[in-house]
Design a protein. Sequence first.
Lengths: 429, 165
Amino acid sequence: MAEFRLLTKDIGSPELQTRAGYERAGGYQGLREAFKRFTPEQLVTEVKTSGLRGRGGAGFPTGTKWSFLPKDIFPRYLCCNADESEPGCFKDRYLIDENPHQLIEGVLIASYALQVNVAFIYIRGEYHEQRLLLERCVDEAIQAGYIGKNILGSGFDCDVIIHGGAGAYICGEETALIDSLEGLRGQPRLKPPFPAVKGLYGQPTVVNNVETLCNLPHIVLQGGEWFKSIGTEKSTGTRVFCCSGHINRPGNYEMKLGTPIRELLDEECGGMWKGRSLKAFQPGGGSMQVLLPEHLDLPLDMEAVAQCGSSLGAGAMVFMDESTCLVDYSMRLVDFYEHESCGKCVPCREGTYFESLLMHRLEAGEATPAELATLTDICSNMDGRCFCPLGDTATWFVLSAYRAFHEEFEAHCGAGECPVRARYAEKVA
Amino acid sequence: MTLSEETRATIERARERYPQPRSAILPALWAAQHEVGLLTPDAMREVATLLNLAPSEVEAVSTFYSMYFQRPHGRHEVVVCVNISCALRGADDIVAHMERSLGCASGETTADGEFTWSSTIECLGACGGAPAMQVDHHFQENLTAKRVDEILERTRGTPGLVSGQ
């Protein structure tokens, strides 16, 4: 098997959903060791040594992010971003469902390193049952003395609050998440000041993804140097890849970074379904640019994928077979961004509206070549001109697909129907 | 008063736990919606009073988030994902089947008040089990027309998420 299981090691055992079961699997040892062997400053250094980078999409080095907190300003806050809503992404739900205490332990270790006394887990509204599960696990952890005053006799106090969202992709953007947590409409804030300086309630704040925090117990127990030995030089450790689309075995697979994408597709996902061939894939979730079969030999490495004009993003891999219409696929993504645009800035609010209008006409075979030509214009008025990355990324996939599948887009103009669907229906008939 | 003692107590506990009481708006609105079935002006006013805010502030927040609603819904809520991963594995067929099975369009409620259903472009985060939907916030994955009918049949007549109904 190509998988390398670190975060997902004992997954599959329902025992893990209880504190006692998690402890039997070695759980909360990382927190004990953190108190015993590290001062908060040493812990930040250890995480820096590990090379751990954020798993939410941007891939920023976690230890460096932590070190931006100004010294001597308290209180500070930690927000775990469990607002997972990136199209194609379902790893955070899996990590919470299967091993909720691992996340809570990670939150506590980070809180200790950052000297945070109140930490939040912001979980999207759709994950209602996962929120209830986390609330139950927090209660268990309080009873066992892992959360509360003087945790395990360390003198360190910390509360963990599970905060449910209510349906807004934008709240995965860290400053919108903070606004939402403060009880406001979840709209992004101007940066700077960055959350590390002025975040939740105007205090220094760190926002970290679920998977990022789940790595911490392992880094504490086995050391930053050990962690760094897994993966590539700049992309250390493992990542949980969410694989979906036209494959035989969709699911989450934890892989060492640096493994070829082909290995993930062939060995874990069981290859393309129905004996069909791969037409294209999206390597990092709905926001990232399209890649082609020729890119399958790329390693799962942030730098290598970035060099080909895309990104590993949030770790979601969507594979498309030969029957897929890239115009239809792009239209769905554009619809998603149009629906999720928060309305704060004009280029995003209006741009996604016009993008969506155009893509619907194109997919229906109603757009003219002159209309299609406006796509590039609309997108260039959005990318780099929006208040936050939502509007920028609303242009990335569709433009990359237009470049790579130019003829397919043009064939839709004036066709009166979707030519890809029509051709494929003929072929299989 | 619209809200029960129990819901008011839940909101007060949230208010005390957060460093600032305003942060309790989202949990308070969830508690109100799970009791009343929707966010009525009265329910939002009560939330505002409990959190020492103006009713307009609470309403402004409630209308931003797609999972809060201001008009009545059926006993059960069904949401079908139509984003990329689900679309690649037949979400459009599931949507067409829902329309036929329930006899109403996305966003509407069945005549008997049992189901409000909608298709959503917000990825539900169940791409590995696509096509997928949620019934009263519970994931149902690897859907086929037959499985959808079985799930709807099993759900019909059972209590929904709303305690006050």
